[in-house]
Design a binder for this molecule. Structure first.
Ligand code: NAG
Ligand code: NAG
Ligand code: NAG
Ligand code: NAG
Ligand code: NAG
Ligand code: NAG
Ligand code: NAG
Length: 400
């Protein structure tokens, strides 16, 4: 049986590989009995290096004005309140912003083809979404079908992918604090240090840096590129929807995620987190929000469920933010499932191209692409490699 951490080491709870930390007590068995494949998977065709990168950021963050929840009863009332008709006049939940300085350790991996082919200096810097941390990109579950890293390496590209603050082996802070702007600030720093060649193994200085995201990670990439277009040569936004008026059904999402306080839901894995961290209730909630039946294997759902990272209230409330990225002049691809439940309220045609084309009107080119027979989790449906191919073809054509 699992034994509780005896040290006050919140850090170790999420950085069990760090020096001085006890071995990871998480045994790969989730609360519902599903077994996680926690072994790191290294594509045989890749050379991979692991990094812990110290990142120092200074950014403007939203301050939330609500009582912290003690239990799931209080949390459920919060959901009922925030989704009530506006005429009920509930008070706003953001009370202002403040300039914050913070230092984080970011755990990252870099994989490059064993056989250099001239394209490996094109580095894809990938930011995961809500769900698995960096293993979103390097699935150890059926990697031939689901590992983007393996696919991209076989096409000759290099991939740098990292755990966001609050996830995996990176630093953790309160769930009432970590938010969209936290991750934008971290990505802006990471793209600088990756470009400098410090964290790209033997490849050295990249010739091109491509920022790629998934879902919440795509909103991070999009807003980072809108504010600081010079940080990338190209962007690949997977599972994004920029149309907030018709595409995102905020109340629907708050309800269908069926959020629970993460530390109460899975004390083994999330017990050290404060109540500002949530997790969806079970794998069927995951399936409703992220998958389209029958275009997936239940094993893929189990893998995602067993590797899911918790997400913070501040992230959940700040993710649907989109800025005009018209100062960006590189290549941009937005690829989302045609029937994406989360960002298109189930059906993308008609709400996908705009405002994307306007926001990226100076991108060369901007390509909006809808992928068939799939919902939000592009990387974990049957035809994931079809979506990966759209990405690598786009990059081969427009970046390399
Ligand atoms: C982990 O799982 C293995 C195999 O199922 C079992 O033998 C072992 O006792 C478990 N360890 C813990 C700490 O639960
Ligand atoms: C892939 O993800 C795992 C987490 O499952 C991570 O520990 C590992 O370092 C990653 N592998 C590579 C090659 O970076
Ligand atoms: C914070 O919330 C309380 C209770 O709803 C409200 O009275 C107060 O005006 C809010 N403060 C700010 C700065 O919005
Ligand atoms: C971050 O690190 C810098 C440099 O070591 C230090 O001056 C600063 O006080 C640190 N900030 C915080 C919030 O710990
Ligand atoms: C584009 O850049 C210019 C010059 O820095 C700035 O004034 C303008 O606000 C930017 N536009 C957008 C949409 O961010
Ligand atoms: C969202 O899509 C609708 C339907 O196509 C369109 O009328 C609207 O202008 C779009 N919203 C934005 C902000 O572009
Ligand atoms: C797989 O995905 C690609 C890219 O979206 C698409 O062109 C192809 O038709 C898909 N294949 C099947 C069998 O759906």
């Amino acid at each position: 049986m699992w034994t509780p951490y005896t040290s006050a080491a919140l850090f170790c709870a999420f950085s069990s590989h760090a020096a001085g930390c006890p071995p990871d007590p998480y045994n790969g068995t989730a609360a519902d009995g599903t077994v996680a494949l926690t072994q790191p998977y290294y594509p045989t065709t890749a050379d991979c290096v692991e990094y812990n990168i110290l990142v120092s950021v200074s950014y403007e963050r939203a301050i939330f004005n609500f009582t912290h929840w003690e239990d799931n009863y209080a949390l459920e009332q919060f959901f009922a309140d925030v989704t009530t008709r506006p005429s009920a006049g509930f008070p706003g939940i953001v009370s202002g912003t403040e300039l914050t300085q913070a230092n984080y350790t970011i755990a990252a991996s870099f994989c490059t083809p064993k056989k250099p082919n001239g394209k490996e200096k094109n580095v894809i810097l990938a930011t995961h979404g809500i769900g698995p941390a960096r293993e979103h990109w390097n699935s150890s579950y059926q990697p031939k079908e689901y590992s983007f890293v393996q696919y991209a390496v076989e096409k000759g590209f290099s991939v740098f992918f990292y755990d966001r603050v609050g996830c995996g082996d990176s630093s953790v802070e309160s769930g009432y604090v970590t938010q969209l702007n936290t991750h934008i600030a971290v990505l802006q720093e990471l793209s600088k240090v990756v470009r400098s060649g410090q964290y790209t193994g033997a490849v050295g200085q990249p010739s091109k840096v491509i920022l790629q995201g998934f879902s919440f990670g795509s909103y991070i990439v999009h807003n980072a590129i809108a504010a600081t277009p010079e940080i990338a040569d190209a962007v690949v936004l997977t599972a994004i929807g920029l149309n907030l008026t018709l595409g995102i059904n905020a109340n629907g999402l708050v309800r269908s995620f069926v959020n629970r306080i993460a530390s109460l839901q899975n004390p083994q894995r999330f017990g050290e987190l404060d109540t500002g961290y949530w997790s969806w209730v079970d794998k069927y909630a995951l399936a409703e929000n992220y998958f389209r039946y029958p275009y997936y294997d239940p094993g893929a759902v189990d893998f995602v469920e067993s590797t899911k990272a918790p997400y913070s209230v501040a992230e959940f409330l700040t993710f649907p933010t989109v800025a005009d990225a018209s100062n960006f002049t590189g290549a941009a691809l937005a690829i989302t499932a045609e029937t994406d439940y989360i960002v298109c309220d189930g059906y993308c045609p008609g709400v996908f191209d705009e405002p994307g084309r306007t926001y990226y009107k100076n991108a060369k080119p901007f390509v909006p692409y809808l992928h068939p027979d799939c919902s939000h989790h592009l990387n974990f449906h049957h035809n994931a490699t079809g979506a990966f191919g759209v990405i690598t073809d786009f990059l081969a054509e427009n970046v390399f």
